[in-house]
Design a protein around this ligand. Structure first.
Ligand code: HEC
Length: 116
């Protein structure tokens, strides 16, 4: 009896809960919308998806943040506040900040970058 009720807890309690959590983490990324924002905000001028330009490629950034649970928040902050960054010629300037897009659009862009 005891074993059976444990199985029940697992089947009807924990597993659906885990599925719900991973569904949250996996909210779908709209790649077309993300690239449209990246293009219109001139992100792609300095970041290739897999090619290094003035800034690191998005595949390198995604790999760097792979096991960081705060990745979305950190990058969101980076691309909305524009901290100082160093360019290849050594001079520093404020990083591009997105000011005219909704939080949802920016989050989608961040999650697209992290999926590269
Ligand atoms: C003028 C060139 C330039 C433009 C335009 C630019 N970036 Fe960057 N970006 C950089 C450089 C350089 C770095 C590297 C900063 C460093 O490593 O200190 C960087 C870093 C980043 C990072 C990594 C941040 C981190 O905390 O590790 C992300 C993500 C990023 N950029 C996204 C974007 C997005 C999105 C846009 C468009 C809104 C954008 N960048 C526009 C040059 C640029």
């Amino acid at each position: 009896m005891k074993i059976r009720s444990n199985v029940k807890i697992l089947l009807f309690g924990i597993l659906p809960m885990m599925a719900a959590f991973s569904a949250l983490a996996d909210e779908p990324v709209d790649a077309d919308a993300a690239m449209k924002v990246a293009r219109s905000e001139s992100c792609l001028r300095c970041h290739g998806v897999s090619k290094k330009k003035e800034g690191p490629s998005y595949t390198v950034i995604a790999a760097f943040y792979k096991s960081n649970p705060d990745a979305v928040d950190v990058i969101y902050e980076h691309i909305t506040t524009g901290p100082k960054v160093k360019l290849t010629d050594g001079h520093k300037e404020k990083h591009k900040a997105i000011l005219d897009k909704s939080p949802e659009e920016i989050r989608n862009l961040v999650r697209w970058i992290l999926a590269q």
